[in-house]
Design a protein around this ligand. Structure first.
Ligand code: SAH
Length: 224
């Protein structure tokens, strides 16, 4: 999978891809990340990418031209399955969306700033708008990194144990069951006996029951 991320703060996107699972995915050639500095498409000597909002009011708006030129440039090199804008008024990101996106070949992720981007870009260029939750961040870089992490770990071959993504929360509309590791007793707090029994079938049953219990308690909406 190839992901182009358009941003005015490329440095904000260095670290997330330089460690852990995303780093490994890139090293294995399962994902390529190209961070595009929007400033290179800025207008005039100041490399301007934003301007005052028509109609007045506080806050700058990201201009059409630099973003349109940048996307056109990228499109001249490959076909994109989705051009995604990270925005708090987009559809809330879910595991379902991540599963679908993980099957795509090429996507663009556009990070907004200030008051957001000129609406006409959303009408004519953007094919999908994603929010990472009902709160407002200063820019789209952290949301873009969240999206990439959630999607890239689902690409076959990225996680060592392939089944581990399948047993994560939300994959079957259930939350994950509780997990434990050594020592079996700490401070008098014991690990449930069943997990030490060695009976794989019973352990699986227990985990499934726990997942259902936990979901009923914490996220009954998922069971509907
Ligand atoms: N004025 C806008 C918020 C702009 S925040 C509004 O009220 O809707 C600046 C940028 O940060 C946005 O363009 C978007 O790219 C990013 N952003 C902020 N919060 C986000 C969220 N919850 N999900 C995805 N992107 C977000």
């Amino acid at each position: 999978m190839h992901i182009d991320i358009i941003t005015v703060h490329p440095q904000l996107l260095q670290s997330p891809f330089a460690h852990s699972i995303m780093k490994r995915a890139i090293q294995k050639g399962l994902a390529t990340i190209n961070v595009v500095d929007l400033r290179n498409y800025g207008i005039d000597a100041h490399k301007k990418v934003d301007d005052y909002a028509f109609g007045g009011g506080a806050g700058m708006v990201m201009m059409i031209e630099p973003i349109a030129n940048c996307i056109d440039d990228l499109k001249s090199k490959r076909h994109y399955d989705e051009i995604i804008y990270m925005t708090p008024d987009g559809e809330t990101l879910t595991q379902n969306t991540c599963n679908r996106l993980s099957t795509l070949k090429n996507i663009i992720v556009l990070c907004g700033h200030y008051k957001g981007i000129d609406e006409r870009l959303r009408e004519h260029y953007i094919t999908k708008e994603i929010s990472i939750g009902d709160y407002v961040l200063s820019g789209g870089e952290l949301p873009a990194a969240v999206l990439c992490d959630a999607v890239i770990r689902l690409i076959p071959g990225v996680l060592n144990d392939e089944t581990s993504a399948l047993s994560d929360s939300f994959q079957d509309n259930l939350l994950s069951p509780p997990v434990y590791t050594r020592p079996a007793e700490y401070n008098g707090w014991k690990v449930p006996d069943i997990l030490l029994s060695g009976n794989t079938k019973k352990v699986e049953e227990w985990r499934h029951e726990q997942a259902i219990e936990r979901t009923k308690l914490r996220r009954p909406d998922l069971l509907q």
